[in-house]
Design a protein around this ligand. Structure first.
Ligand code: SAM
Length: 263
């Protein structure tokens, strides 16, 4: 699937995604992923950063709150419009612009750090996106990203439940398959029925790669892997938001920080 088609699909998702995420329905992001991502992030106070695949900009705003100066890009113009409108209302000095991760409109060695929250596995040429992230970083800069976990969010995936209906395991399969033409359809889990009728399901192109392929892409682009995390809800979070309790069974997300060597 080419990146123009991916951009068009995401642009069609953007309005519903933004409205529902801003109403609190992106619970895996809010309760698990973003807190874990920020916990792993080195200090970015005073640094210049690029957020790749920023969507409506919620995570970019979190980074700005930590004292960084941010540029954020996304391939979907509607997401960028929502992000810019929010920036206009409540300025944090973030520059949002439409661009593709595979052709970043920035000079080499522009940024101290780059981030990509849950976007790399949605990009049709992740190899080029990782090379581009490396190119725009200054020597010594870091790139931190989150993706769905390649070992557990596989092309075949089935949740297994006990007699009481309690989920206890995940069956995974077709791990080695590249899903370059697959589009999954889904909606945030907690959206109530009346709201579901108002919005179409998201259509999400899937570009599955194995764990070793992901890590080898980073190494091939010249990065040194520095930190890894597989976040899960703790018991208090699982009690507060039972939907995300399934992150205690297997890891649904993989967080990686890697660094461009100084020379
Ligand atoms: C799951 S959303 C994550 C959005 C946001 N980072 C967040 O955490 O809420 C994936 C994002 O990747 C973007 N995307 C897909 N292909 C892209 C590309 N080639 N360049 C930039 N962004 C891309 C989509 O438009 C979408 O906003």
């Amino acid at each position: 699937m080419d990146s123009l088609k991916v951009a068009d699909i995401w642009n069609r998702n953007a309005e519903a995604w933004t409205v529902l995420a801003r109403q609190g329905y992106d619970v895996y992001r809010d309760f698990v992923n973003t807190p874990a991502f920020l916990a792993m992030l080195p200090s970015i106070m005073g640094l210049k950063g690029l957020d790749i695949g920023c969507g409506e900009g919620a995570n970019t705003r979190e980074l700005a709150e930590l004292g960084a100066s941010l540029v954020a890009i996304d391939v979907a113009p509607t997401f960028i419009q929502y992000a810019q409108a929010q920036e206009h209302q409540d300025p944090r000095g973030i520059v949002f612009q439409v661009a593709s991760a595979t052709e970043l409109p920035f000079d080499a060695a522009t940024f101290d750090f780059a981030t990509a929250f849950m976007s790399l596995m949605d990009i049709s040429n992740s190899e080029k996106a990782i090379q581009e992230a490396n190119r725009v970083l200054k020597p010594g800069g870091f790139f931190q990203f989150s993706i769905t976990h390649p070992c557990f969010d596989t092309p075949y995936r089935q949740s297994l439940k006990d007699a009481a209906g309690q989920e206890y395991a995940i069956a995974v399969g077709r791990y080695f398959e590249h899903t370059d033409d697959r589009i999954d359809e889904w909606m945030f889990s907690n959206v109530p029925a009346p709201l579901r009728q108002q919005w179409p399901k998201f259509r999400v192109p899937r570009f599955h790669r194995t764990l070793s392929e992901w890590l080898n892409l980073l190494i091939g682009a010249g990065f040194m892997i520095e930190a890894l995390a597989e976040p899960k809800a703790d018991d208090a979070i699982a009690a507060q938001c039972p939907t995300v309790a399934d992150t205690q069974i297997v890891a649904y997300f993989l967080h990686v920080r890697c660094r461009k060597p100084l020379n």
